[in-house]
Design a protein around this ligand. Structure first.
Ligand SMILES: Nc1ncnc2c1ncn2[C@@H]1O[C@H](COP(=O)(O)OP(=O)(O)OP(=O)(O)O)[C@@H](O)[C@H]1O
Length: 640
């Protein structure tokens, strides 16, 4: 494929902007470059990508600088793209929230199960519309309005389609509750758990959460808890050991509910397991379901089961804080049948308690939704039957989806009416439900517009994410290449120097050295350059000094290499005397040598030095030496 076609196909806008010139130079040295750029599918699996530009020797210093610049540009571009992504995500969320606001933050749906095979269809008390249920019984007709009605043949997918947007809100950081309510046998468990062939809301939601998470640019983690409530007692379904099977034993080991003055409730000791992926989530969920199935065998028809997913989001723009939201999925046990079958004793108590709790629950939801100061939590707490629901993360869930499950049979009409009344109460919490047709149409139009906005923002966001992914891939490659070429430059610098180089670096450049002379002549005026005579004087002085130093056994080689910047602690008196002698006899020694009179000489040196005649000390305060030094300096200036 020609390079340009491949380039067009990749459409790497960012890359082209920032790295155009660098690419062209890379192409010259590595014609394979574009043909080896990753395809879209390859970008998803960075680990499998081929290594680009392994031959670092082809990168010149100039290209290296360009590479560094490209890295900086690319980093800037990625940051800008991330900002754009955040803005688009905000736009999407805004649109979704508006949609949910218009639709109502409590959405109440109704699902009617198929006729049980054993039931005779004498009369059908329910007439179902799209959003309306009409109940006819004992000569009375009553209408109930819902957000949507799922008919008997509605597949699980159709129900889940209504749940999906609310899950998005949970991932966006809102508390969400999905609650199925209805009398026993109406299909709550079928709707929430489903079967292997027809998975319900919970398994689908778990899968969807992980699916949605793959598009997130912030790190999102999930953890799961599952519990069961029966007669006010809670049972941890994910606890490591399910030691008991009987209710009595269970009752002694129930969980503890703590409430603070604000009414926030935490379930003390509830197991919370991290779920890294969908497979793990499915495993824990199956374990919880098994635990529920194997206990309370006589009572689980009337128990409630709750699945809680804690979503923790760590986003850059949260400045290190973690945003936590909760998703509750509740299968609320019904007990109407217990009452109907003439239950007595404890069974009757259960039924009464649950009905009263439901009534109290309705009050609490209503109070919260109307933002009343006084919220009657106590009513629910007092009954302790649906106590878990007092966890405010349910009541304060910004989004609540209630699915009322009904049985279409004539003999269940009493319970059906009871459930419909509860649903109406929950739904009535949302004001402006009863709107004129025109307004309803306008709202519908607005919802469609918002849905378009949301889709647009989402598509745009996805494009930006792809760009970020590509740019990040390129950045990684650039960094790899840069670190390799940088390393090779460093290696060159650290490589053992050639003998010629060593000569130049370690030796004092010979005066007569052509290169040095050329430099000197070029950087100084001609009158300042040294004459032949001054150079001869300088070299004879140096020879004399070095010869004397060699003659002294106690003088180390290193101690002769003193300089103005060195502080030398020399203890050898003979060395000092020799240097003095050298200074006295030869007035052409290096001026720097005068600094050997450094005050850093130690005490014994000073004492030894003091024993010498004062005039012999190398000291600039000595008038004779001062003259000598001055002369010496003048002569030295000739050398420069
Ligand atoms: N919409 C539906 N389509 C097909 N089968 C259904 C549907 N709803 C319920 N059923 C079937 O009805 C039976 C009872 O349903 P399910 O156990 O879900 O009721 P429930 O409300 O959870 O009862 P309980 O409160 O006793 O747990 C199951 O066999 C289930 O498969």
């Amino acid at each position: 494929m020609p390079i340009s076609t491949e380039k067009e196909q990749i459409s790497l806008t960012v890359v082209e902007n920032v790295a155009g010139s660098f690419e062209s130079s890379l192409m010259k040295s590595n014609p394979d470059y574009f043909s080896r750029l990753p395809l879209e599918s390859e970008l998803m699996v960075p680990a499998q990508l081929p290594n680009l530009f392994t031959d670092v020797n082809v990168v010149s210093e100039h290209e290296n600088n360009e590479l560094q610049q490209s890295i900086l540009n690319l980093e800037g571009e990625i940051e800008q793209l991330r900002q754009k992504e955040r803005l688009l995500d905000k736009k999407r969320r805004g649109a979704l929230n508006k949609i949910l606001d218009i639709k109502g933050s409590i959405r109440v749906f109704c699902r009617v199960r198929p006729f049980p095979l054993t039931d005779r269809r004498l009369r059908e008390p329910l007439s179902l519309g799209l959003e309306k249920v009409v109940v006819r019984s004992a000569g009375c007709r009553k209408e109930y309005q819902f957000d949507k009605i799922f008919h008997e043949d509605a597949p699980q997918e159709e129900v889940f389609a209504e749940v999906e947007p609310i899950l998005r809100s949970a991932l966006d950081g809102y508390n969400v509750c999905i609650l199925a309510y209805g009398q026993t046998g109406t299909g709550k468990t079928f709707a929430m758990d489903g079967t292997i062939d027809q998975p319900g809301i919970i398994p689908r939601a778990l899968e969807e959460l992980f699916h949605q998470r793959s598009f997130e640019n912030s790190s999102v983690t999930f953890s799961m808890s599952m519990l069961e409530v029966y007669m006010g007692h809670l049972r941890d379904l994910l606890a490591p050991k399910v030691a008991t099977r009987s209710y009595e034993a269970f009752a002694r080991s129930n969980l503890n509910i703590q409430t603070d003055p604000k009414g926030f409730v935490e379930i003390e000791g509830l197991t919370e397991v991290p779920i890294a992926d969908y497979a793990k989530a499915k495993w824990w969920y199956a374990k919880g379901r098994r635990a529920r199935a194997t206990s309370w065998t006589n009572v689980n028809e009337t128990s409630s089961s709750l699945t809680r997913i804690i979503i923790s989001r760590h986003r850059d723009d949260l400045k290190g804080k973690t945003e936590v939201s909760k998703l509750w999925m509740v299968d609320l046990g019904g007990s109407e049948r217990l009452l109907k079958t003439g239950a007595t004793g404890q069974t009757l108590d259960e039924g009464k308690a649950i009905n009263l709790s439901l009534s109290a629950l309705g009050d609490v939801i209503a109070a919260l939704r109307r933002k009343r100061v006084h919220v009657p939590y106590r009513q629910v707490l007092a009954w302790k039957y649906l106590i878990t629901l007092n966890d405010l993360s349910i009541f304060l869930a910004v989004m609540e989806l209630v699915l009322i499950c009904l049985c279409p049979c004539e003999e269940d009409v009493g319970e059906t009416i009871c459930s419909l009344t509860f649903a109406t109460r929950a739904r009535a919490v949302e004001t402006n439900r009863e709107l004129s047709e025109d307004i309803m149409k306008l709202r519908q139009k607005r919802i469609l517009e918002l849905e378009d906005d949301m889709r647009e923002a989402e598509e745009e966001c996805q494009k930006v994410r792809n760009q970020v992914q590509k740019a990040q891939f390129l950045l990684t490659e650039y960094r790899k290449l840069f670190s390799k070429s940088d390393q090779s430059t460093e290696d060159k610098e650290n490589a053992p120097t050639t003998p010629e180089l060593t000569k130049v670096v370690t030796k004092t450049p010979p005066i007569a050295d052509k290169g040095v002379k050329r430099n000197m002549t070029s950087s100084f005026p001609r009158f300042m350059t040294s004459t032949v005579a001054s150079r001869q004087r300088q070299s004879s002085a140096e020879r004399e000094l070095i010869g004397r130093a060699r003659g002294s056994k106690s003088v180390t080689r290193s101690s002769l290499q003193f300089s103005a910047s060195q502080s030398i602690s020399y203890s050898d008196i003979r060395l000092k005397a020799m240097i003095r002698e050298s200074n006295k006899k030869s007035r052409y020694g290096d001026t720097k040598q005068t600094h050997i009179e450094s005050p850093k000489c130690n005490g014994s040196d000073l004492k030894a030095a003091a024993s010498l005649p004062r005039s012999k000390l190398v000291n600039s305060s000595d008038p004779n030496l001062r003259t000598t030094l001055n002369r010496h300096r003048r002569r030295m200036s000739d050398l420069i």
